[in-house]
Write a new protein. Sequence first.
Length: 1103
Amino acid sequence: MIRQVLYVTPDRQGTYRSIGAALADAREGALITVAAGLYAETLHITAPVTVTAQDSANPPEIHAESGSTVVLDAEAVQLAHLVLSGADREAPVLDVRKGQAALDSCRLTGEAWAAVLSWHEGVVALRDCEVTNGRGAGIVVTSNRSNVVERTQVVGVGSSAVVVAENGRLTVSGCTLSRAQGNGVCANGHSSVAVDDTQIYGCGKPSLAVEQHASATLHNVRVSGSTSLDAYLTGDGETVLSNCRFIGAGQQAVHVGKGTEAVLRDCAVEDAGEVAVQIASGGRVRLQECTLSKVPVGVAVDADADAECTGLVVREAGVAAVRVTGTGRLHAERLTVDGGRGAGGVVSDGGHLELRDAEVTAFTGLELAGAAQAVLTGVRLRSSHGPGLALAHEARAELTGSSVSGFVTVQSDSHLAAWDSGFTDSDSDGVRLLSGSGFTATGCRVSGARGHGVHVTAGCRAELVGCTVRENAGDGVHARGDEPTVLTDCDIRDNGGEAVGDRDTPAPAAARPPGSSGGTSLPGGPAEGGPRDRDGGGDGRVGHAHVVGPLAELDALVGLGSVKREVNGLINLNKMAQRRLEMGLPMPPMSRHLVFAGPPGTGKTTVARLYGAVLAELGILSQGHIVEVARADLVAQIIGGTAIKTTEVFNKAVGGVLFIDEAYTLTNQSRGSGPDFGQEAVETLMKLMEDHRDEIVVIVAGYSAQMDQFLASNPGMASRFTRTVEFPNYSADELVTIVRGLCGKHYYELSPDALKALVRYFEDVPKSDTFGNGRVARQIFEEMISRQASRLAAGPPRHDDELSVLQGDDVPVVPGPRADGASGTVGAGGHDSGSALHRLGDFTGQQNARNAVLTRLRRLAAARGKDRPPMPRAASVALEGLPGSGRAALAALYARGLAEAGIVRHGAVLRVPLSQVPARWPEQSAIRLLSAVADAAGGVLLAEFDPAFDHRPQEERDTVLDSLTGALTAPGAPVVVLSGGPPMLPVLRRRKALTATLAEYVRLVPYPPAELAELADRRLRTQGFSLAPDGRRTLEAEFAVRPPSGAVFGAHRLADLLAARCENREVGTDELYATGVAAAPAATVPSSAGPAPGSAEPVPTGP
């Protein structure tokens, strides 16, 4: 069929003089070609036709003074290379009511409220067009059909460039929307709009407005030069912005209103006038891999709003990178804040901030005020001028595995709690407490402050457990006022001032380290005047603490001669390579990646850290930090997830050392039964190591035989790991040196007999493949001080110096079977005065619990004597009792009895509070507890259901208990003692698998007043004092009315207080009244009365 072709010219014979006339004669599918010229007419197209210019370079103009220029009411019409204009202020130029209007390379100019209208059953498709309208909108769509605008410019319109309303649907692609006096894109009603690969700039109102129930999807859209906002999102439909860029907004780049849930993915905001992303009350937004730069505020979360951020980067914020107010909430993972003159974060008026794996480097770190809350996990805060962390007006913050570089202030009834975190490089105090604030820290480090390490002002409270406070210019802990500052197992030394300064009352003489003349006693730390510059510990370091630089630290390590030679050789090789490079000579071929082969506890991690630090000093690595990972940190359980996880970990280590412990577990874990995700991690590492060969050092570690198999598992492995450093077990002499270092660190001395016994022990003890490591030395040291405490408790010392001397009797004896098959001293016969059975007999109170433990020891000894060695779970027990009921002391004696009976190799007890077992991801707690099980080999694992464990989230408690059950049911698990308060029993009842690891449940009862007085008397006798008969009666009566806080701890604390304040060595009623330990009649209370028994704390540093 031949297509009908009609020609339209204004003045040529044989053609149509108007387009309307041609349309009247046109059949369906006709082609109408129009010559150049001005055609003043209104077209109403009712048949499917094509209208096109005769010469596309010289298009005809169709102009209507009244009504719409083109009204479309046909199935399909195509308009090409035409100019459509209209002067009617009430009618759009193009009115598409029904059917599809396809416009190609057309220019439309109008004066009405819209230039293009698609409504009812109409569909518009504009391609390569230009739309202008000085008085109204460019394109308005209310049709729910598939409307499309592609490669089109909408320029200089009087209101919005594109409007999608009612139930309209529109796709905009490859367009430019510029200089609109209203919005660039406006969607409202129940409409939906998709915008792709489009530029929007110079809008007088928000460039993107999504309102009511509309939804919008934008991809690869660039918005710039907005007078006010770039995106105003208040609709309750879905709004997703991906790979978009917002530049130079006058106020906010993105505003998310009430009821709106918006997603921004891979977006960037630059130079916004006020806020990059504002989430108003009731709004919710997810920011994924977005970058915000050169803005006053990066993300602002108002009251009742919610923001979740992943991979967010904020650079050069002028006021705050993130700001949370009211009851707003912001949760961010992998947040990076870099530079600017503002704060990393400001949280106020009850706002909640949660950061995980974040790095914040800003003018000031985080500022919390007005009952704000923050939970920081794996966060690194660095401030260039102000505080790294500031809390005020009842703010609360929790830090886990985090670090703060810069000073920390906590004031106005605020509280900071920290676990395994570091506070370093403060220009003033490391942590300063003001105006009734509090600070609790467990396993934290405070160092490098130009003032005091921890400064506790009047009315404030602090409790530090297992913390290190070193190398601060002022005091380690500077505490003033009447609130207790509690320090437990802390290492406080090498500070410019005192270990603990500005306390009015000196420590009891018997509690001071040798040679001290005053100060405050610290468990695990020095007092004023005590020896300071000592070091040592399970990592093998010993000697003077003032070593300079990582090379000196490496040389100071105990033993490891072959390792030191190998590492020093590698360092020298790198030095020469650097020197050759400076001289313009070519670099020799070399690989810096290493294999560390050897059993656990031989110093591999310590050497890796020092190696990275040396390379950083040489300028070979940019940072020299170490990132320690295991299989669980690299491997995901879904296809494709391992590569992402491995890459994230690798990128964190760039510039430093990536240390992969037990690397051999990455290969051949599936045994052919499924996907080998570990192999995927290895292959990803191989590629990343090649891409970043000069930016990182990768060290893989594990047992020697398994590491050989690991290197053989991948062809590229051997070429990347060309050097293997073997870490041997420590010799007996080296283990003795480590124990001597631990003694020096904690102010103990070894008598000649103790030194000989220690050498004999390490020579005689049975050797396994993992025996000779630093953990063994630490366990023996802990056993020695436990034995010394029991020995001195049974017989008070004649001189105070005996508290610091370890004797030969304190060293464990290698157990061995007697000729009759019985073992040690536990059996049917008698026992010597130093045995566990004897000490259990002298144990104050707890008769039922003592009898249960003694009976179990005898049964175990009898079973071993009949050549039926009992399994570890036959010796495992649970001890239930309130704090201060003697659980820890009973556990220590039980462990010693097991060693004497030959059930365990030694009586060392490894204490693991379950509150300190990390559970940030499912495998983490299992790794920690399996490591504890390995450390406790040959001794007893003491797993404590401590009070803080009850306050952890239920999910974390379940994870830790599942991991504990798995660790205790694994082959080779040690004897375990579960210790906790009454809440422990319901837990065990619910967990049958955990209960099955135990042989007995022993309950300890509260101490009656008479036994508490006996405990106080025994404590006094260890310090050269004793209770007179009348004093004992008075103390019993006092305890009956006001039991001491903490039971045993309180009784001991009061005894220490009496020893510090009493002049008479026999303490009677008068001394109890004078010191305030007992409440005297009103007429006899002296003005200097001290605290009542109920106010005593377990281990405070002052009265």
